[in-house]
Design a protein around this ligand. Structure first.
Ligand code: NAP
Ligand code: G4F
Length: 382
């Protein structure tokens, strides 16, 4: 008999990679997706099968983490061996605009999942993974951050996730549930949402290289993040639920990088060198040098003449609208526990990640269909 997994947030970055990973392992995967006015399954369309197909291994249900009746019904029907609770309003900046909704979905939503499992008498059968986050460390109390580092959340998102973290621990201790937290540091990929900083950069750098956009405006260039590849991180989620005992694990690479350096790396990946000048809101990056051979190989000869004319011009600026009311300045994780107990190691380095994202975005920007759809590069929503 195949194992049955239920993934909330299956239409997101991690949900898509995890669904693919579990299907490859022979699972039957059920996913909860929200009703939207447009199709929102782009990341998992390649996995989708019509329900009429024999031995269909991906089944989608309409649902929402703010609706306990709906969640309880779905969990009762699916009777999952494993639940991966990945659904969340996951964009830190927007959580300052929608704090109540964020608390409901990201905080109480976790309680709804745990309570459904308890009320349905599924505790002996169902293991639960909760998508906790390095944002819990916020104003960091220790460097690097590990499982025992005290939390100090710095956004409505992180405060909601703090509730999710502790209610998971509490249900584990109170009801002996197999419920675990993965405290995941930032992880990115070609499927990353377009508003997060790495994807915003790799899209913009690709477009600037092809002459489709003059410059990109960013927020705080000095904050530091410990970035890994989402493919490595969904593997860790799976490993957490394969342990005999539930527990909490930091998942991180142990390398931290500024936003400024990530931008330099993205340009360098396609043969462009940028130099940062100025300070605070007046900081800019100027195009300084082109390695023509690399540019031709990675972007293409037809784009070379146009980019050559831009040497000495500004390609990155700062716009304070992207600053946050309270910032998380530094994240760097110590994943020793996961390395020893889960035998987890990341396979991708930061260089590999930048290469993967740049290759994908350069390709994507060349597709006319994509351009038509996303040609309006509105500043305010990212
Ligand atoms: P993501 O791409 O933003 O995906 C979030 C998913 O949650 C989407 O499928 C979204 O649906 C769904 N969702 C949002 N609100 C919902 C609601 N009220 N009810 C049901 N579904 C809802 O996020 P991700 O990067 O894959 O992250 C997955 C989880 O890990 C999140 O909980 C996030 O907070 C956490 N996390 C992420 C990172 C990271 O660096 N990526 C690090 C630590 C923790 P739509 O597609 O309809 O929007
Ligand atoms: O990419 P970000 O928006 O990710 P953030 O805030 O670190 O949150 C992500 O990682 C968390 C794990 O630590 C997850 F829990 C969460 O769900 C999400 O996936 O911003 C990263 C940094 C911030 O310091 C931000 O101020 O980049 C800085 N930044 C600078 N300019 C920018 C920009 N961020 C965005 N999104 N857009 C900018 O223009």
């Amino acid at each position: 008999m195949s194992k049955v997994a239920l993934i909330t947030g299956i239409t997101g970055q991690d949900g898509a990679y995890l669904a693919e990973y579990l299907i490859e392992k022979g699972y039957v995967v059920h996913g909860i997706k929200r009703r939207a006015s447009l199709f929102n399954t782009e990341r998992i369309d390649h996995l989708y099968q019509d329900p009429q197909v024999e031995n269909c291994n991906l089944i989608l249900h309409y649902g929402d983490l703010t609706d306990s009746l709906n969640l309880t019904r779905i969990i009762g029907e699916v009777q999952p061996d494993e639940i991966y609770n990945l659904a969340a309003m996951s964009y830190v900046k927007v959580s300052f605009d929608t704090p109540e909704y964020t608390a409901n979905a990201d905080g109480l939503g976790v309680l709804r999942v745990l309570e459904a499992v308890r009320l349905l008498n599924l505790i002996p059968k169902t293991r639960i993974y909760q998508a906790s986050t390095s944002e819990l460390y916020g104003l960091v109390q220790e460097v690097p951050q590990k499982e025992t580092t005290p939390f100090y959340p710095r956004s409505p998102y992180a405060v909601a996730k703090l509730y999710g973290y502790w209610i998971t621990v509490n249900y584990r201790e109170a009801y002996k549930m197999h419920a675990s937290n993965g405290i995941l540091f930032n992880h990115e990929s070609p499927l990353r949402g377009e508003m997060f900083v790495t994807r915003k950069v790799t899209r913009a750098v690709s477009r600037i290289a092809m002459g489709m956009q003059k410059e990109v405006y960013m927020g705080n260039l000095s904050s530091k993040r410990d970035w890994g590849h989402a493919k490595d991180y969904v593997r860790a989620m799976y490993l957490v639920l394969q342990q005999d005992q539930p527990d909490d694990y930091v998942i991180a690479t142990g390398v931290t990088t500024t936003i400024r350096d990530f931008i330099k790396m993205a340009f360098a990946e396609i043969g462009l060198e940028v130099i940062f000048k100025g300070e605070d809101v007046n900081e800019v990056a100027v195009l300084n040098f082109i390695d023509e051979n690399v540019f031709i190989e990675k972007v293409g000869e037809p784009y070379l003449e146009k980019i050559k004319k831009r040497i000495g011009e500004i390609v990155v600026g700062v716009d304070p609208q992207y600053f946050r009311p309270t910032e998380v300045d530094l994240l760097i994780g110590d994943a020793s526990k996961a390395r020893t107990q889960l035998n987890w190691e990341p396979e991708y380095s930061l260089d590999d990640l930048v290469k993967d994202m740049m290759e994908s975005d350069v390709k994507l920007m060349k597709k006319e269909s994509y351009l038509k759809k996303r040609i309006l590069f509105k500043k305010w929503w990212i």
